[in-house]
Design a protein around this ligand. Structure first.
Ligand code: G3P
Ligand code: MG
Length: 248
């Protein structure tokens, strides 16, 4: 099967609009849209009872009013937590959304998205299997297909085999010598690299191989302009309005 293609934006709201709103909440996605973003990125994982929900960290400590590993709680228990107050009192009561709630909002708001499979330790297989199944069933066939990415190779292998018509993104947090072998084997549409690793040379190399290229996380307007001038397709940013003003 050919690699599914997709049209990439210059700016993707990272975890929504994480500079202004609590990351990975519905409020953050609404804020990203308000700031002009047409795409958002978010992190998805499984609760103890295998429900797909949005959270970046393995632990609850940084972005909620609870502590400890998220995978230890059922979704009903996670739902009782406040994931907004840590950012600002105006966001008190924000929840860690279910994947299904986020998808509903994106469909209503015409937001395109990058779903990052972010499994808790030891949960790669279940996380990819459950989330891709849910995505296939819940995301309207009439809408553009989302980009599915992960740092976890097992998750991308499952995505390739279980949901081949969803475009995939290979997330890298260094510059591995075998990046092209990985990209070919996983049949990805994009390579998503860390800003720290992005050089004009590597950007040219990735583009010459025909891949979409996204860079995370770019909050500085001058740096975003430089990356785009090198040939990067788009950047993930916590501040969509600021970066859109520079590169749109
Ligand atoms: O998908 C881009 C970016 O979100 C990857 O890093 O740690 O912010 O999920 P992280
Ligand atoms: Mg992410």
């Amino acid at each position: 099967m050919p690699i599914p293609s997709l049209s990439l934006p210059r700016v993707i709201g990272h975890r929504g609009a994480a500079e202004a709103a609590p990351e990975n909440t519905l409020a953050s996605f609404r804020e990203a849209k308000r700031q002009g973003a047409t795409w958002v990125e978010f992190d998805a994982k499984l609760s103890a009872d295998n429900r797909a929900f949005l959270l970046h960290d393995d632990n609850l400590d940084r972005t909620s009013n609870a502590k400890g590993p998220a995978r230890a709680l059922t979704y009903d228990e996670l739902r009782l937590l406040d994931s907004g107050s840590w950012k600002a009192t105006a966001f008190a009561g924000e929840k860690m959304p279910l994947l299904a709630e986020a998808l509903k909002l994106f469909a209503q708001e015409d937001l395109q998205f990058n779903l990052e499979l972010k499994p808790c330790p030891g949960r790669a297989r279940d996380t990819a299997t459950v989330i891709l199944d849910e995505l296939k069933h819940l995301w309207p066939a009439t809408k553009p297909k989302p980009l599915v990415s992960s740092f976890v190779l097992e998750c991308l292998e499952i995505a390739r085999d279980q949901a081949p018509d969803f475009p995939r993104g290979l997330l890298l947090e260094e510059h591995p010598a075998n990046w092209l072998d990985l990209a070919r084997n996983l049949k990805v549409a994009t390579v998503n690299i860390w800003d720290r690793d992005a050089t004009a040379e590597w950007v040219a190399e990735i583009k010459a191989e025909g891949y979409g290229l996204l860079v995370y996380t770019v909050n500085d307007a001058a740096r975003a302009k430089q990356l785009i001038s090198w040939g990067v397709d788009g950047v993930f940013t916590d501040a969509p309005a600021r970066i859109l003003a520079a590169v749109a």
